[in-house]
Design a protein around this ligand. Structure first.
Ligand SMILES: O=C(O)CCC(=O)C(=O)O
Length: 218
């Protein structure tokens, strides 16, 4: 893994708004999609007001790493950067700790850790996968907050079938629930049209953190 100097990344850090307060985080606009009888996904547009400030802060201070992983016969460089916060209490951004607490309260899940991904441009991506939590829990609730550029977020059944396409914009929350990490696979594909940087914030309970080192991809 390689620590990445954030100064080498171009981004616009010109808008610093007020930190998110828990009372502003409103779940009532959720669009709920029943993927099947036991799995679901929700898209909550404009969930976070003034997402630009959080985007800029993470760009600046997150401990971005370039990871690699063993794939079948060789090591491949992940086409994105990642930063881990194993303990939410130690996240050095107050508004992000507030967001984790609001999600924990709303979903009744203690989100004690999080990781952030940086898709530097349209060439960065995440391959089809289920999150590790699906290995140990049949059901889970995984919130993913988008900041910055809009990218396609796809989800399809693990064994093939209809692909749902969501296009979250900055401040939107995507939530995967039920058996979505076990029976379904999600991805953020490369795009052909130019795109600026996107950050996704992925919230996880303790058990997910323990398993994080052994991602399973299909
Ligand atoms: O960036 C996203 O929207 C999804 C990220 C993801 O699925 C992951 O990091 O496991």
């Amino acid at each position: 893994m390689t620590q990445v100097a954030h100064a080498s990344l171009s981004y616009q850090a010109s808008f610093f708004g007020a930190p998110a307060g828990a009372s502003e985080l409103d779940f009532s606009g959720a669009r709920h999609i029943a993927l099947d009888g036991r799995s679901w996904i929700e898209h909550i547009p404009n969930w976070l007001a003034q997402p630009e400030s959080l985007f800029a802060e993470l760009m600046e201070i997150a401990p971005w790493l370039q990871r690699d992983r063993w794939m079948y016969t060789r090591t491949v460089i992940e086409p994105r950067l990642t930063a881990d916060y194993p303990d939410v209490a130690e996240v050095p951004i107050e508004s992000l700790r507030t967001i984790a607490a609001a999600l924990s309260e709303h979903f009744g899940v203690r989100y004690s850790s999080l990781w952030v991904n940086l898709y530097r441009d349209q060439r960065d991506s995440t391959a089809w996968h289920g999150d590790n939590i699906g290995r140990v829990q049949a059901e889970s609730i995984v919130p993913v907050l988008t900041l910055g550029a809009s990218r396609r977020f796809l989800i399809r059944p693990a064994h093939g079938g209809h692909t749902w396409t969501l296009r979250p914009v900055s401040g939107d929350l995507i939530v995967m629930g039920g058996r979505a990490q076990r029976d379904w696979r999600h991805s953020v594909p490369k795009e052909s049209t130019p795109s600026g940087p996107r950050i996704s914030i992925n919230f996880a309970p303790e058990r997910h953190r323990i398993l994080r080192s052994a991602a399973f991809r299909r």
